[in-house]
Design a protein around this ligand. Structure first.
Ligand SMILES: Cc1cc2nc3c(=O)[nH]c(=O)nc-3n(C[C@H](O)[C@H](O)[C@H](O)COP(=O)(O)O)c2cc1C
Length: 318
């Protein structure tokens, strides 16, 4: 009887309930993750590489800076080095089997920087920050990476500025930045620079095609007490937004006519905005008006829309 009841509870429409345990993303789930090598400076000023997949965008817009979140064991070289120097590089590696093999080697806990970096497959070179600030020390970047984020830990968030390297971490812990549990640390990392290999830089600035994506692996983590599992890259698929999601010229014209008394839009200019989702329309119109005022323009035509779009692309390019 009891068995039947618990069976009913655990089976729902083909789903079964699963116990949520430590490291649930790899022990109780299939969670797609990036593969990165994080470069940090050890006490001798040498670059240490550690493998990290729990590294995701955190502040993506609307703040004064952009940031990533790294989730990390607090006894790792990486955590200690970030606590001490606040600097790191996030190097995204492609799906080449020899690179992933090396990532697994660099992901083995307990080795010193000298031990793990002695025969490292990856080539370490100076990043943008090191080139621009010759008298400061920065962790190197991985030359084989397809993209690199150069980052600085925002230690003031969650009041983590006084967190120091210790043998053991006792409570109280921070909620989301610095030392966050007995074994854990989280780092909110301000992105100082994004460095991209030429081919992919070109794709981002001039528009992507299916054949110009980097070969990004998907890491599924450490799953059977033996292996890290990952999949190789497959050609990406473009899925256009549905035709009926456009907002219609009349809606754009109506919104454009009410956005600012001193700036108006031609019908052709409005036609360029019919694919913008309704919820973003006012924001986009406001940014056009801001550009118009800055450039002393009172009528936005197709030509001005192209300039505004071009400016956005250039900003991406910068
Ligand atoms: C592909 C891969 C991804 C990993 N991702 C993480 C992660 O996101 N967070 C973490 O704490 N450890 C992760 N590890 C384990 C660390 O790499 C491991 O703790 C290693 O000792 C860190 O190196 P370090 O001490 O030089 O920082 C990962 C290991 C591999 C192989």
């Amino acid at each position: 009887m009891r068995d039947n009841e618990s069976k009913k509870i655990e089976e729902m429409e083909g789903f079964k309930n699963l116990r949520i345990v430590d490291n649930f993303y790899q022990t109780s789930a299939f969670f797609p993750m990036p593969t990165t090598e994080i470069g940090t400076l050890n006490e001798d000023g040498k670059t240490n590489l550690g493998s990290y997949s729990l590294c995701f965008p955190y502040y993506i817009a609307g703040k004064e800076y952009y940031a990533m979140m790294l989730c990390c064991r607090n006894s790792s070289n990486t955590a200690k080095n970030i606590l001490r120097t606040g600097k790191c590089t996030i190097n995204f590696i492609s799906d080449d089997r020899k690179y992933f093999k090396e990532a697994v080697r660099l992901g083995y806990p307990g080795e010193t920087t000298d031990e793990k970096m002695k025969d490292c497959l990856f080539t370490l070179v100076d990043g943008k920050r090191a080139r621009e600030n010759q008298d400061e020390q920065y962790p190197k970047i991985v030359k084989e990476a397809f993209q690199v984020f150069e980052c600085t830990w925002v230690k003031e968030l969650d009041n983590a500025q006084d967190d120091k390297v210790q043998e053991e971490y006792l409570p109280p812990y921070h909620d989301f930045n610095g030392i966050t549990s007995q074994y854990g640390a989280h780092f909110i990392l301000k992105i100082d620079a994004i460095l991209m290999k030429d081919k992919y830089h070109d794709a981002i600035v001039n528009g992507v095609k299916a054949n110009c994506f980097p070969q990004v692996p998907v890491d599924y983590g450490y799953r059977d007490s033996k292996n890290f599992w990952y999949t190789r890259f497959k050609k990406p698929i473009a899925e256009p937004i549905p035709d009926n999601k456009g907002i219609g010229l009349d809606t754009v014209k109506y919104a454009a006519s009410r956005i600012d008394p001193d700036v108006s839009f031609t019908d052709e200019a409005c036609a360029k905005l019919v694919k913008v989702p309704r919820v973003f329309l006012n924001t986009v119109l406001k940014s056009c008006v801001a550009w118009a005022k800055e450039n002393k323009v009172s009528l936005i035509t197709e030509k001005e829309m192209d300039i505004i779009n071009d400016k956005r692309n250039k900003e991406k390019n910068k």
